[in-house]
Design a protein around this ligand. Structure first.
Ligand SMILES: Cc1cc2nc3c(=O)[nH]c(=O)nc-3n(C[C@H](O)[C@H](O)[C@H](O)COP(=O)(O)OP(=O)(O)OC[C@H]3O[C@@H](n4cnc5c(N)ncnc54)[C@H](O)[C@@H]3O)c2cc1C
Length: 466
């Protein structure tokens, strides 16, 4: 063994990927997983990379954000994704898997690597020394969460998310909206959607009659006042929203010179100004209901939603303040964070961060500078988004084109055509990743393959340059 190795905590989607990437490069991994001796509220098996709910890794549609991330992971040698593809089950345009075979293959593959030492035990404190990957996910055990809090700060670890829908700016009819901030304070950063009394009442009706997603038993009635689902707030009384997040005071409508009955405010979601979120619209309404209800808002008829709203029990850190795009804690670079803890969301995204964390652990051990992915790739853009220091009110993010820097000079016809526009973003991302791989990684992959005779076969297969 060339190094003392890496401690990976959590053998979920991110930890399994990180462990594989590290071990495949000939470095010892001590992989800690608390199941089955201590289960989470959602896991039911002792298997690694258990899919706790749906069995879908998202869209396979050409040019979708999720498919782009898959193409990038294929190029980077993603282990978890390769197993998902192996155990694919028919699911239309999505990549769904046989969850039992998928988890079995990942568990067996890791356990059979000679340099992976599996410890079935709970880690209660962040290891005090050595290179560590923390990948304990949305249901991180409470003792470890407390220890993590003392490392990063009490206010830097969150236990619930409250995600508002995010919409593509270019898809809105902004002639029915106006920029401004309440009472003209600060920059006019908000995009305001004025509502008449009738429009407001229809919205309240829709919110309070829409179908909602049921909460898991461990999530029930734990909402904080500041991140209450909008439909719960609306159900408190017909005027609650008009006196709360939709209050019109201090926002004169330039088109009429009057105050609206209520105002929906949209806040910039990214520094490019290409995506906006609906302030205060965290919701448990089903996705179909959200589309139906929110597309009725003035100027939203053609709205393209980059993500829809949700609320979950979750554990994640304040990544804009704490994390570097290399997935190292800024104040303690020997500690890497991966998976849902970083504030990314989803099985695929978790495995993607596990991959980069694993790769960078090895580089750190070998005295090389940890890598950053180009920001115009889906993974690089996602990491850029969650670690953007200017970001306030941080909430978890999944892959979507709103995390990518805008393509300048796209003809209007292409901008308006979702397929053509996304094709252009996809091409740029894949070209960019190709260049990055050639510059940074391929030659090292070749070195590993030549040096690590012991890790032949499956382990090296994915590391070979094409
Ligand atoms: C109820 C629920 C439903 C979800 N449904 C979906 C869905 O349908 N689709 C989707 O894409 N995403 C879903 N998610 C999000 C999903 O959890 C993540 O996408 C993904 O599993 C996160 O990967 P991870 O590696 O960060 O965490 P996990 O996959 O959860 O892995 C973390 C691992 O760490 C272990 N662990 C925790 N604490 C410790 C400790 N102290 N010591 C040792 N081991 C520890 C856990 O046992 C677990 O195995 C859901 C989450 C929850 C909670």
């Amino acid at each position: 063994m060339r190094h003392s190795g890496v401690t990976v905590v959590g053998a979920g989607l991110a930890g399994a990927e990180a462990a594989w990437q590290i071990a495949s490069r000939g470095v010892r991994v001590d992989l800690y997983e608390m199941r089955p001796s201590r289960m989470t509220e959602a896991h039911v098996t002792p298997g690694f990379a258990e899919l706790v709910c749906s069995n879908s890794f998202g869209s396979l549609s050409a040019y979708s954000a999720s498919n782009l991330l898959k193409e990038e992971l294929d190029k980077l040698g993603g282990f978890v994704l390769s197993v998902a593809r192996e155990f694919e089950v028919p699911a239309g345009a999505s990549l769904a898997v046989d969850r039992v075979k998928f988890s079995e293959k990942i568990t067996n593959s890791l356990q059979s690597l000679p340099n992976v030492y599996v410890h079935r035990e709970e880690i209660r404190e962040v290891p005090a020394s050595g290179v560590v990957v923390l990948a304990t996910g949305p249901l991180t055990s409470s003792d470890l969460a407390a220890s993590f809090c003392s490392l990063v700060g009490q206010d830097s670890l969150y236990f619930y998310d409250a995600i508002s829908p995010i919409v593509l700016f270019d898809s809105l009819d902004t002639s029915q909206m106006f920029f401004g901030s309440r009472y003209g304070k600060g920059n006019p950063d908000f995009l305001n959607v004025p509502l008449s009394k009738e429009q407001y009442e229809e919205l309240i009706y829709d919110l309070t009659h829409g179908e909602v997603v049921g909460a898991h038993p461990f999530e029930k009635e734990k909402y904080f006042e500041s991140c209450m689902p909008i439909e719960v707030l609306a159900s408190r009384g017909p005027k609650t929203l008009a006196f709360g997040p939709l209050k019109p005071v201090g926002l004169e409508v330039p088109q009429t010179g009057k105050r609206a009955y209520a105002v929906v405010q949209l806040r910039k979601e990214n520094k490019f100004g290409t995506a906006y979120n609906l302030v205060g619209f965290q919701t448990k309404l089903k996705y179909g209901e959200q589309l139906r209800v929110f597309r009725k808002l003035p100027g939203f008829a053609e709205a393209e939603f980059l993500r829809l709203g949700s609320l979950h029990r979750n554990t994640f850190i304040d990544s804009p303040r704490l994390l570097a795009p290399t997935l190292q804690l800024r104040k303690e670079p020997r500690v890497f964070v991966a998976g849902q803890l970083t504030g990314t969301e989803g099985y695929l995204e978790s495995s993607a961060t596990g991959l980069l964390a694993g790769l960078n652990c090895v580089r750190l051990l070998e005295g090389q500078v940890p890598l950053r992915l180009p920001v115009d790739t889906m993974l690089g853009g996602l990491l850029g988004s969650i670690t953007d220091r200017e970001k306030k009110n941080f909430q978890p993010m999944n892959s979507n084109i709103g995390v990518l820097p805008p393509l300048e000079n796209l003809p209007k016809t292409v901008k308006r055509d979702k397929q053509a526009r996304n094709a252009a973003y996809t091409q740029r991302a894949l070209d960019s990743l190709e260049g990055w791989l050639n510059e940074n990684v391929r030659f090292q992959f070749r070195d590993y393959v030549q040096n690590e005779d012991r890790l032949k076969g499956d382990c090296t297969r994915q590391l070979r340059p094409e």
